[in-house]
Design a protein around this ligand. Structure first.
Ligand SMILES: [Zn+2]
Length: 132
């Protein structure tokens, strides 16, 4: 399993974070950055260092560290951007909308008034299914 720790993909934007990307913090096996195409101010990504496409292929230890870093990231975003709420999401697979095939957890700050009726939250990932 230790061999897996060093797997990188030279064409992957998350294995090779560009200079224009703001890194919020780095930890032993993962890091947090601000999304380059944010859907709201402070939209952050928590990313394991190991190049793995599918969240469910991470070890439980790696998953646990990611969620701990989501918590840490939340504190930073709350302090810096003062959002009124958050959505958290992971796209697993192309049919779920995944476009960068290196696991990342979206932590998306939400703000009062950023959409007319936010009821339903992540249910809006399928247009028309948010309101029920
Ligand atoms: Zn990668």
């Amino acid at each position: 399993m230790n061999n897996h720790k060093n797997i990188m993909d030279e064409d992957c934007p998350f294995c090779n974070i560009g200079e224009h990307v703001e890194v919020l913090f780095k930890a032993d096996t993962a890091m947090a950055i601000l999304d380059s195409f944010p859907i709201s101010p402070g939209h952050a990504l928590v990313i394991p260092k190991r190049h793995v496409a599918d969240y469910f292929d991470l070890t439980v230890e790696e998953q646990n560290e990611l969620w701990q870093l989501v918590n840490r990231c939340k504190v930073i975003l709350q302090d810096r951007f003062h959002p009124d709420g958050f959505n958290i999401g992971i796209n697993v697979g192309e049919m779920a909308g995944q476009s960068i095939f290196h696991v990342h957890i979206h932590l998306i700050p939400r703000y009062k008034g950023d959409m007319k009726n936010p009821k339903g939250g992540v249910r809006h990932i399928i247009p028309g299914k948010g309101y029920y």
